[in-house]
Design a protein around this ligand. Structure first.
Ligand SMILES: Cc1cc2nc3c(=O)[nH]c(=O)nc-3n(C[C@H](O)[C@H](O)[C@H](O)COP(=O)(O)O)c2cc1C
Length: 356
């Protein structure tokens, strides 16, 4: 049966279909539960949350499902360059964005580089919550964290954008690896080479991993329907992870305008840019991603996100969609499901029709 794979056995789920974790307001207990309750694995992106907020979110998750689910964190959630980033450089970089702020009639925000990492404290509450799965990107947690996860029976899943990263994750003995193709929506979670030197498409990445890796592989990037699932499984993936297709459903926390843009029938060309958050991410091209060339120095992550945050709020309020980062994978022209349950049911039924 197509739906019995190393991943379904490992995670105790019925179908090898994972909802990609999404951060900052996109994840909801309702979306996670739709996917987990249908026999896949729902996920919750928690990297920006305080430990208390994670505990709160987990209460709503546990009220919505008693099936396995995944909580996702970013191992490296603050760029190393941030700590000593000179204030005068912050002020200089802010000026690059002044024309956009002026256009929306709002002031540039005051910014300070004093932003501590949350990761270690977040992991502590994760160990209290004990989700079935702890997935992470932007690096590999310490051996102590991985060992404690194993002791608590929490399966660990790391994200890789290159074969090198997958080999490093396998060396660290994670339970499964997400092969994150260049097509994928959201941040490019590279951690060994720079993101711009880690642009492998999913087809190639899957074949590279399959040849060298024994750890079960989850394919992510550009999969939106049963044909995509069948293709990834045929290339050796043990499961698939869909982000954009779930992000546009009613159950996701994405802004209604974001969903509207992706369902609008417009071409919605995507690009990768660090100009909105400080790290490379795939989004629908917009005036800022086009207006700030790749070579331009931006603020370290997450300070650049803090610079852009008020601009985003004002742009949404003024319906200036040309200045907003609408995250999206490349494969965004044939999205059709508004309901996550319907999407799951169709994926399950049609994949079963395509492969046995
Ligand atoms: C808005 C958005 C936010 C995301 N945030 C995260 C995140 O916090 N952690 C993570 O591991 N992946 C994150 N991703 C990646 C997804 O989990 C998934 O791997 C990716 O979207 C798959 O590619 P697709 O969008 O082409 O389906 C995000 C994706 C999107 C679209």
């Amino acid at each position: 049966m197509w739906n019995s794979t190393k991943i379904t056995q490992l995670l105790g789920i019925k179908y090898p279909i994972l909802q990609g974790p999404m951060g900052v307001g996109y994840s909801t207990a309702a979306l996670l539960a739709s996917v987990s309750n249908a026999g896949g694995l729902g996920s919750y992106g928690a990297y920006t949350l305080t430990p208390e907020e994670i505990l709160e979110a987990d209460k709503s998750i546990k009220a919505a499902t008693n099936k396995p689910y995944n909580i996702n964190l970013w191992v490296n959630d603050v760029d190393k360059t941030l700590a000593n980033f000179p204030q005068e450089k912050i002020e200089k970089i802010k000026q690059i964005y002044k024309p956009y702020f002026d256009e929306l009639g709002i002031p540039l925000p005051d910014l300070s580089s004093d932003i501590p990492s949350k990761f270690e404290k977040q992991v502590e509450v994760l160990f209290e919550i004990k989700p079935a799965v702890f997935s992470f990107i932007f690096g590999i947690p310490s051996q102590e964290i991985l060992k404690e996860s194993r002791r608590l029976g929490i399966k660990t899943v790391g994200g890789a954008t290159t074969l090198e990263e997958a080999l490093a994750l396998e060396d660290a003995q994670v339970d499964a690896i997400v092969a994150s193709g260049f097509e994928a929506g959201g941040h490019r979670p590279s951690f060994l080479r720079p993101a711009q030197d880690s642009f492998t498409g999913l087809f190639t990445l899957l074949q590279q991993l399959k040849a060298k890796i024994k750890t079960p592989i989850i394919a992510a990037g550009g999969i939106t329907d049963a044909k995509g699932i069948a293709a990834a499984l045929t290339l050796g993936a043990d499961a698939v992870q869909l982000g954009t297709a779930f992000m546009v459903t009613d159950q996701s926390g994405a802004h209604p305008i974001h969903k509207e843009v992706l369902f609008s029938g417009a071409l919605n060309h995507t690009t990768v840019s660090k100009s909105l958050t400080g790290r490379m991410g795939r989004m629908v091209s917009n005036r800022i991603s086009e207006g700030v060339p790749f070579e331009t120095e931006v603020l370290p992550f997450p300070l650049q996100t803090k610079l852009i945050a008020p601009l985003r709020v004002a742009a949404l309020a003024q319906n200036r969609t040309d200045m907003i980062s609408f995250w999206s994978g490349q494969n965004n022209n044939s999205l059709k499901h508004h309901d996550a349950d319907e999407l799951m049911q169709e994926l399950i039924k049609e994949t079963g029709n395509l492969i046995k």
